[in-house]
Design a protein around this ligand. Structure first.
Ligand code: HEM
Length: 505
């Protein structure tokens, strides 16, 4: 509940699709100058809110645009109040300065086995898992993965060569997905996922299904948003048994194959096997926080989130980048020029070589600015909280929603925001961007940690560098300059795919 003297709920009730569920949303807005109980000054509600089917980040982005003078806007998800934070100072407060009060995402509705993953877990369990899983991505480990990533790149090049020979246009997202799946398979699980084969492929199928939510899961989430806590109380859970069974089997078979011992590979599974050998794990230096049984189900839950996190986000980024440069041969030429020079300098592609590809990195950063794959962030207020310097007070359980997409398209930070302009990310321009105005990987302790972000960048940039070194993309008949967003997808995706023709350089 909000401090009712200072908040006025607009009695407009409308329906919207919330994470593809039907929920009731009420929108109110908080006016900067109206914090002294001057209720009459509360500003009004956008007239046409919200009878439609819309993707949450697009909706939040519209709310962000529609209330340009507000620091935040209140909405309901079912009966759960939420604040859409517009002001980057408030955002900084939630994500970083008062992180301890906003540690959880508030997305976990049950205690199902698959929900015990790093993305969803809360409280002390998150603290333990985060501390114990972070060393998995050191720079040294990234470097040792390079030969594996380069093998996947060779397969990408062979496959692209075949496409060129067929002289046909191609769906680019599926091409990028094949590459990232191949990388994840070898780097994380030591498994050849046969990602480039045209045959039906169970690993590819699973990668897509991780983001699809079953009818049951959607209904339970909706029920929970009207009656918070009910799903847990009734003993239901959201785990999709068939899908989770796949990860349990994958984990079991890898552990058996390695005879329960880590190999020299030092990949994700080796790391997990080492933790499994400890049996029960705690937070190092603070074993009172919580103790977790590192069993196969807990490992499978982490496997699921790394599989999904590593695959979907990176392949989407690569394909949106290819879409943009398909219409800008000048950008492709500049990328090609840079790659040729860097490869000459380093004698080939490597971790160090990628570090020298400054222009490609600018193009990558601008892609995630224009197309933030995860378009909003979510935090739950742990205890009643008053924003410093403001009289805005929120109660425990209120959700803070951060409209990343809205911020990335705000002309205040990015003039002419629909224009694809890598120059926004020259080192000089980047240093002028206000803190929290660029958040494709989130921010604060709960964000994609620096080294995971580096992994995402390195695997995508190696793929792109190898590709642009040999090929270019040109518009084809099916190329759609203005992509329609797929409202049913969890992360950002184009409704009709991304089409282009690949040509040799
Ligand atoms: C372009 C690639 C990627 C993008 C855009 C991306 C984006 C994000 C975002 C926005 C969040 C939420 C952050 C927040 O709430 O502040 C997140 C969390 C997370 N990501 Fe990524 N990510 C990417 C790649 C990866 C990769 C490669 C992995 C794993 C190998 C990964 C694993 C995770 C995990 C485990 C979390 C949850 C962290 C936690 O709650 O402690 N992500 N990611």
């Amino acid at each position: 509940m909000y401090d009712s003297e200072r908040w006025v709920w607009q009695e407009k009730v409308a329906s919207m699709r919330w994470r593809c569920d039907l929920c009731v949303v009420r929108v109110m807005s908080f006016k900067d100058e109206c914090r002294n109980n001057d209720v009459s000054e509360w500003c009004g509600l956008k007239e046409d809110v919200l009878t439609r089917v819309e993707k949450v980040d697009v909706l939040l982005s519209e709310i962000y645009k529609d209330y340009p003078n507000e620091k935040c806007v209140g909405i309901y998800q079912g009966t759960i109040p939420a604040l859409v934070l517009r002001d980057i100072e408030l955002i900084k407060q939630v994500l970083i300065k008062d992180f301890n009060n906003f540690q959880d995402r508030g997305m976990k509705v049950s205690d199902g086995e698959s929900e015990q993953n790093l993305f969803l877990v809360e409280g002390d369990t998150w603290r333990v898992l985060r501390q114990r899983l972070t060393p998995m991505f050191t720079t040294g480990k990234l470097k040792t993965m390079m030969p594996l990533v380069l093998k996947s790149l060779n397969r990408l090049i062979e496959y692209s060569d075949k496409i060129v020979d067929q002289n046909m246009e191609h769906e680019i997202r599926s091409l990028a997905a094949k590459y990232t799946l191949d990388v994840i398979g070898t780097c994380a699980f030591g498994v050849d996922m046969n990602a480039f084969s045209e045959d039906e492929n169970v690993y590819r199928e699973v990668a897509h299904r991780v983001f699809q939510r079953s009818f049951k899961s959607r209904m339970l989430t909706m029920l929970n948003s009207f009656f918070p806590g009910i799903v847990r109380k009734l003993g239901f859970n959201l785990t999709n048994k068939e899908l989770f069974g796949f990860f349990i089997n994958l984990v079991n078979s890898i552990i058996n194959e390695r005879e329960g011992k880590p190999k020299i590979r030092k990949d994700f599974m080796d790391f997990m096997i080492e933790l499994r050998e400890e049996g029960r794990v705690t937070r190092k230096g603070d074993d009172k926080v919580a103790e977790l049984e590192m069993n196969d189900a807990l490992i499978a839950a982490q496997a699921l989130v790394f599989y999904a996190g590593g695959f979907e986000t990176s392949s989407a980024t690569m394909s949106f980048l290819l879409h943009e440069v398909c219409q800008r041969q000048d950008i492709q030429d500049r990328i090609h020029e840079e790659i040729s020079a860097v490869i000459k300098k380093h004698g080939g592609l490597s971790y160090e070589a990628i570090g020298d590809m400054r222009y490609l990195e600018m193009v990558f950063d601008e892609t995630l600015r224009k197309y933030p794959i995860v378009g909003f962030l979510l935090r739950k207020c742990g205890n009643t909280y008053t924003f410093p310097g403001d009289k805005l007070k929120i109660d425990e359980g209120v959700l803070a929603l951060i409209p990343v997409r809205g911020i990335h398209h705000d002309p205040k930070y990015y003039p002419d925001p629909e224009k694809f302009d890598p120059e926004r990310f020259t080192p000089e321009n980047k240093s002028k961007l206000p803190f929290c105005a660029y958040m494709p990987f989130g921010d604060g302790p709960r964000a994609t940690a620096l080294v995971r972000m580096r992994f995402a960048k390195v695997q995508s940039m190696i793929g792109l560098a190898g590709f642009f070194n040999k090929f270019k993309v040109v518009p084809s008949l099916k190329t759609n300059k203005h992509l329609e967003i797929d409202a049913t997808a969890t992360t950002l995706a184009s409704r009709d795919g991304i089409w282009a023709k690949i040509e040799r350089r």
